[in-house]
Design a protein around this ligand. Structure first.
Ligand code: DGT
Ligand code: CA
Ligand code: CA
Ligand code: ZN
Length: 611
C-alpha cells in the first residue's frame, strides 16, 4: 500500500464533500469537508507524519475529532467507511460531472434521478438528444454549455497539469540519480518540452544495473501499480493515475534517445527529413550514414544537431513551428531565462483574497532578488474576494507608502487588478484609477458572451488611458472553462498600438496567454508580462510555468516587460502605458478632464522619482 500524499487525502475529502452535496447532506457538513481538503492541500508537512502525533491533526484549523479519525482511516486503509458507502451510491464518474461548467451537485443529482445519467458518455448522449433542456431549471442554453464544456474536457482528459506532476517527476529522477553507477537521468517527452499538460512521463536513464535501476523505479512510494518490468524498459502507474515510462539507454546512444523521446513527434519527423536529405538516417539509436550505417553521432543531442549543420534547439521550441529552419540558419532566438526577470507585477495580499500580508509579499519578492513588484488586489465587483472600492483604494495609498518604508531595497508599485465590466467599462472611477501606478485589467465574469460582444468589451476596456496590462487575457481555465471567444488578433493589434502589455499568467490551470497566443502577441508587436498572480508566498514559485510558456512562444528578454531593468520600466511608466512598443494614438474616449489623461501618468510613479 503506497503512502498517501497530502494531495491524495485532500482529493478524497474534496470528493467526499461533493458526494455529500449530491446526497443532499447538511451544507455545513459538506463545507467542513471542503475546508479540510483545502487545509491539507496547503499543508507544508506530510499529513501522515501529523497523524502519528497525538492531537496534531485536531490542532489544524477546521479539523475536529471526526474528520481527524477519517483522515487516519484514509491513511491506514486508503479509504473510510463513509467513502465506501457513498461510492456505492455515487460512482466517481458521476461525481466528476460536477467539474463541468454549469453543473453543480444539485443538477448532477437531477440528471441522475430523471435521466439515469452517471457518466460523461451518458451526459453527452442525453444533451445531444435534447433531453437536458426539458428538465426543470435546465433549459437550452445550459444544454449548449454542457456540450461545449464536454468538448473541452475531452481535449485534456487523461492529461495532468505540468505543475501537478512537477514534484513527483523530479522526485523520481532524483531517486534514480542516487542509484549506484547511474550517470544520467533525464525527463523527456512533453514534460521536457514544458507543455502545460502532460499525458505521461518519459524517463531516460544511463548507467547502473537493470536490477537496481528498475528496483528504485518500481518501489518509489507514489507507485500504485507496476504495469511492466523488463531489462531495458519498465512502466508504472502512480497514485494520481499518471503513467511513467522508463528506458535504460547505453551512453553511446543516449543523446539520440533523448532527442527521440523528447519529441515532439512532428519535430522528429521533420528532423529525420533533414537527415535523409543529407544521406543520413536518424532514429533513437543514433545518426548514421545511409550507405554503410556507420554512426556519425549519438552520445549527445548537441553532437547530432551539429552533425546536421544546425544549432541545438531548446526543447520548448521542438514543436515543428519553424524552429528547424531557424536552427539551420543559426537564427534561433535567445530564449528568456529565470535570471532575466526583474519583477512580478500581479499579486494579492490579505487585503483582498491573498494569504500573506502586504509586507510579507513585498519582502518575499525582494528575497527572490526582484528589483520591483506590483501589488494588485481585486476591485469591488469581486466582493467575495475582498475587492477594493474607491475609498479602499484611497486608503491603500498610505499602506503602500508605509510598506515602501518598511521594506526598502525594492520598488513597490501601487497596483490593482481592475475588473472589466460586461459593457467594457472599468470597475473603478477615474479618480481612484489615477491613484495607481500599475493597472491590470481582467475578465472575471460573463465569459460566456458571444464573440462579437466580447471583442467590443475588451477593445473598449483597452482604450482607457489608465490601463497598463491585461491580466490572464482569455480567462481560460485548463479543462474547466473555455477561453472568452473575443477576436484575439484584433485585440492584440489594438493592444500593440496602445502600448498595453498582455500577461502570461503563471497560475498552472490558467497559463493564459497560451504559448500559441503569446507567440501571436509578439508577432503583433505586443509586449508580454509574465506574472504569478500569487495569492501566497509559495505561489511566487509559479513564475517558472509562465517562463515555460514564454519560451515555448520563442520570447527573448526584450519581449518581456518584467525582464526590463527598473530604469527602463520607470521611464515607460512615466510616459504612460505598459510596454509601449509602438507610439500610442490619442485615446478615442473623451478624457475625464484635460489634466488627467497623459499628463497624469507623466508624474508616475511618484515613489520611483523620489527614491
Ligand atoms: P504526452 O505524453 O502525450 O504529453 O506527449 P509526449 O510528447 O511526451 O508523447 P509520448 O509520451 O507519446 O512520446 C514521447 C516522445 O516519443 C514523443 O514526444 C516523440 C516520440 N515518439 C512517440 N511516438 C512517435 C512516433 O510514432 N514517431 C516519432 N517520430 N516519434 C515518436
Ligand atoms: Ca509523454
Ligand atoms: Ca510515453
Ligand atoms: Zn489576480
Amino acid at each position: 500500500m503506497p503512502a498517501l500524499t497530502n494531495a491524495d487525502v485532500a482529493r478524497v475529502l474534496g470528493t467526499l464533500a461533493t458526494m455529500l452535496e449530491i446526497d443532499g447532506a447538511n451544507p455545513f457538513r459538506t463545507r467542513a469537508y471542503r475546508e479540510a481538503a483545502r487545509v491539507l492541500d496547503a499543508l507544508p508537512e506530510p499529513v501522515a507524519r501529523l497523524a502519528g502525533e497525538e492531537g496534531a491533526l485536531e490542532a489544524l484549523p477546521g479539523i475536529g475529532k471526526d474528520l481527524a479519525q477519517k483522515i487516519r482511516d484514509l491513511l491506514a486503509t486508503g479509504s473510510t467507511g463513509l467513502y465506501d458507502e457513498l461510492l456505492k451510491k455515487y460512482p466517481l464518474e458521476l461525481v466528476h460531472l460536477t467539474d463541468l461548467q454549469g453543473l453543480g451537485a444539485k443538477r448532477v443529482r437531477a440528471l441522475y434521478d430523471a435521466l439515469h445519467i452517471r457518466d460523461r458518455a451518458g451526459l453527452e448522449a442525453a444533451a445531444q438528444a435534447g433531453q437536458l433542456r426539458e428538465l426543470p431549471g435546465f433549459g437550452e442554453k445550459l444544454e449548449q454549455k454542457v456540450l461545449h464544456s464536454l468538448s473541452i474536457a475531452e481535449q485534456v482528459s487523461g492529461r495532468l497539469l505540468l505543475a501537478k506532476v512537477w514534484e513527483v517527476a523530479h522526485g523520481l529522477a532524483d531517486r534514480l540519480r542516487a542509484v549506484q553507477g547511474v550517470t544520467r537521468v533525464e525527463l523527456a517527452g512533453s514534460f521536457r518540452r514544458r507543455r502545460d499538460t502532460v499525458g505521461d512521463l518519459d524517463l531516460l536513464v544511463c548507467g547502473g544495473t537493470p536490477e537496481q535501476v528498475m528496483d528504485a523505479f518500481t518501489t518509489h512510494d507514489r507507485v500504485a501499480e507496476v504495469m511492466a518490468r523488463g531489462e531495458t524498459r519498465s512502466a508504472v502507474r502512480l497514485t494520481d493515475g499518471l503513467q511513467v515510462d522508463l528506458r535504460l539507454v547505453p551512453g553511446e546512444s543516449f543523446g539520440a534517445a533523448l532527442l527521440y523521446f523528447t519529441g515532439s513527434k512532428e519535430h522528429n519527423i521533420e528532423l529525420r527529413r533533414v537527415a535523409n536529405d543529407q544521406g543520413l538516417t536518424l532514429n533513437e539509436y543514433g545518426l548514421a550514414r545511409e550507405a554503410d550505417q556507420s554512426v556519425v553521432a549519438g552520445r549527445t543531442e548537441q553532437d547530432i544537431y551539429r552533425a546536421l549543420g544546425m544549432d541545438w534547439i531548446p526543447p520548448e521550441l521542438r514543436e515543428a513551428r519553424g524552429e528547424i529552419a531557424l536552427a539551420l540558419e543559426g537564427r534561433l532566438p535567445r530564449l528568456i531565462e529565470q535570471d532575466d526577470l526583474r519583477g512580478d507585477l500581479h499579486m494579492h495580499t490579505t487585503r483582498s483574497d491573498g494569504r500573506h500580508t502586504l509586507a510579507e509579499m513585498v519582502r518575499a519578492a525582494k528575497e527572490r532578488g526582484y528589483a520591483y513588484v506590483a501589488i494588485t488586489e481585486h476591485s469591488k465587483s469581486l466582493a467575495m474576494a475582498g475587492g477594493f472600492d474607491e475609498a479602499r483604494v484611497r486608503r491603500s495609498v498610505g499602506e503602500i507608502a508605509a510598506v515602501r518604508r518598511e521594506v526598502p531595497g525594492i520598488e513597490v508599485l501601487h497596483g490593482l487588478e481592475v475588473d472589466i465590466l460586461a459593457d467594457g467599462s472599468l470597475d473603478l472611477d477615474d479618480d481612484a484609477l489615477e491613484l495607481l501606478d500599475w493597472v491590470v485589467i481582467s475578465l472575471h465574469s460573463r465569459l460566456d458572451q458571444p464573440a462579437e460582444a466580447a471583442t467590443a468589451r475588451v477593445l473598449k476596456a483597452l482604450e482607457h488611458p489608465a490601463v497598463c496590462a491585461m491580466g490572464h487575457p482569455t480567462g481560460r481555465m485548463i479543462g474547466l472553462r473555455p477561453a472568452s471567444p473575443f477576436d484575439m488578433e484584433r485585440v492584440l493589434e489594438r493592444a500593440a498600438e496602445l502600448g498595453v502589455a498582455m500577461e502570461i499568467n503563471c497560475q498552472p490551470d490558467r497559463m493564459d496567454l497560451s504559448d500559441v497566443n503569446a507567440r501571436l502577441a509578439r508577432e503583433k508587436g505586443v509586449t508580454l508580462v509574465i506574472d504569478t498572480d500569487a495569492h501566497s508566498i509559495a505561489n511566487l514559485d509559479y513564475i517558472r510555468y509562465g517562463l515555460f510558456v514564454a519560451r515555448r512562444a520563442g520570447l527573448t528578454k526584450d519581449d518581456v516587460l518584467n525582464a526590463w531593468p527598473w530604469e527602463r520600466m520607470r521611464k515607460m511608466l512615466r510616459k504612460g502605458r505598459g510596454g509601449a512598443v509602438k507610439p500610442a494614438e490619442p485615446a478615442k474616449q473623451p478624457a475625464p478632464s484635460p489634466a488627467k489623461t497623459p499628463a497624469k501618468r507623466a508624474a508616475k510613479p511618484k515613489s520611483a522619482k523620489t527614491r
